[in-house]
Design a protein around this ligand. Sequence first.
Ligand SMILES: Cc1ncc(C[n+]2csc(CCOP(=O)(O)OP(=O)(O)O)c2C)c(N)n1
Ligand SMILES: [Mg+2]
Length: 740
Amino acid sequence: MELVISSTRVPESVTVGGPLSPEQGAVSPEQLVHIYRLMYLSRRVDDREILLKRQQKIFFQVSGAGHEALQVGAALALRPGYDWFFPYYRDRALCLALGVTPTEMFLQAVGAGADTASGGRQMPTHWSSPPLHIVSTSSSTTTQLLHAVGCAEAGRYYTHHPEAAEKAQGDYRAYHDVEFHGDEVVLTTLGEGSTSQGEFWEAMNTASNKRLPVIFCVEDNGYAISVPVEVNTSGGNISRLVANFPNFHFAEIDGTDAEVCLRTFQEAAAYCRAGLGPAFVHGHVVRPYSHSLSDDDKLYRSTAEREADALRDPLAKLQMRLLREGILTEEQINELEHQLDHQAAEAAERALEAPLPKVEGITAHVYSADLDPTSSLFATEQVRAPGSEGGGKTGGEKGSAPRTMADLINACLHDEMRRDPRIVVYGEDVADASREEALSEVKGKGGVFKLTAGLQTEFGSERVFNSPLAEANIVGRAVGYAIRGMKPVVEIQFFDYIWPAMHQIHNELALMRWRSNGAWASPAVIRVPIGGYLTGGAIYHSQSGESIFTHIPGLRVVFPSNALDANGLLRTAIRCDDPVLFLEHKRLYRETYGRAPYPGPDFAIPFGKAKIVRPGSDITLVTYGALVPRAMQAAQKAQQQGIDVEILDLRTLNPYDWEAIAVSVRKTSRVIVAHEDMLSWGYGAEIAARIADELFEYLDAPVRRVGSMDTFVAYQPVLEDAILPQPETILKAIVDLKAY
Ligand SMILES: Cc1ncc(C[n+]2csc(CCOP(=O)(O)OP(=O)(O)O)c2C)c(N)n1
Ligand SMILES: [Mg+2]
């Protein structure tokens, strides 16, 4: 047979989409050549990067060598810019075949300003391309799987609720264009070692349970750096362990056989597109180049083993097939390879000449540049006239009857869900009743603290539902939903159990915008009951720890002390375009202190604006959360001793209102920072240090701090009272400081 290979340089765009349509019959000779071209180019880009690394012109290299056949098969069975992709660092051939160009790859390797994936922020092969629907990926193994699940859920949601995709002005929706297709598929990939992560099982569980159109592709090269598969996976084969997940299409294949790979992914995609459920493709591949250039597999693999692997190199296998079947002659292969070598070399040269990123740009995209939650857009603090209707189902919505913080948070959720069809609410126990048929005879649960009561009944089970008991699952899926322009408002049941979600919050949710240089964002809201003073809450129902989260760039942290602030700040959290950790003090939920009438459905409070809850002239007391009412009590007692305390409620901890602190401290010259969390390395340390640094000349006394003891909170109330700061503790600090 005749096959002409053009002698002109292959344009970079030739890979986009490829000449194959996903619904192919037998793989034709032309298709095999196309696959070979992509696989070979991928290998050469790796080789060129390795050279650049040895020349110290780039700073890291991890290759996709040995995985190319599997990845090209996946790419050619799917549609870039239509389907969605959550890859990992080894997926060079996948991304090349989807349409990422070699030049773009080298731009990332050198860390150029024009690096389209991250602007010089991420290592090479940390993919991102909005036009191709390749979502920014981190170095963390396995986190991307839950994003893929949330993404698939969002696609399904828009298909059922197309009106939700419409653009709206006045909130985050103005900045998130939505595209969706009823038969879209989501691909996510990972190594076999990464299947040991709990999040792998959490993602499989939800995809299976909800029959989501997600293809999980395990690229099994037998090693996780130096750890062989039988150490990571009991029995040494992940396919055997997942075989009983319902609703899945399963395939375990030789991932070095290009034709088998393409066919497998075509079948998997067809199964997912038909809405039958997710697919699991387990491809056995090889890893001829060690884990990365920082690794040498001769240190832990026998020669015989490495030689056996080399015989399975997918590139050599396909080349042999092209020759054996007379599809290409040796000369034609040489010519093709020569062109591609040249293409890779030229792309590398271009990237090496590209300008570096500008140092002034480092802080761009930590937060949304489009919508500033401290802006006057969110300053609608006027309270609605008594008699207005609205709010939640928990009663008291008419008139000016004071309502609790729990009521007004619930009311805000009802109002915002009515206004914005892109909001979904999920978490542990947040639904009224997962078994809907029960709702005709029962009142409904609506959260362990009843904060989400009535939401499922009003908005339906597709918008308000229970998650599995898995915190990483909750936050990881929220990232996937938010990537698609939706607004997940999720609940972590207790702050004490936020830790399984910490990886997703720290490395994914908060970082998505910055690491992708503004290309992607995941502005979800996480509501979390926090804090102690419960009389018996003990270690695991009393924790604070807000400073751990204010230490994460990209994450807004809110901590209201009363019903009205909670209502207005939650509204801002939902409407803004940044991820928000919304901390709700459990002890304040139903407190008499801080009740307020329902303020109406548009009442919002901007972030970063403290409130003077008690004016005074002698001492500034900076605080927030449950210490606000305790500080008020202490200040009243101090007044009896002639000390006039000004109390500042920060309301939001990131951003915080430095200006308000500075104005007050300049006036009083004495300041205490008080919080419920442990004293050492707490939130107050930062504020105190900044006051000492920037307001030193205004101070008449040292900056004082009040916090809990450096222990966890004990169960026995005698111990709890001693551990947590009390009004008397604050009063003593006030009196001491005045006497200084
Ligand atoms: C959560 C997490 N833990 C550890 C690492 C460090 N690390 C990077 S790659 C890797 C091995 C991954 O092996 P596997 O999943 O089999 O993928 P492969 O690299 O073999 O393709 C490890 C331990 C990481 N990046 N993320
Ligand atoms: Mg591996």
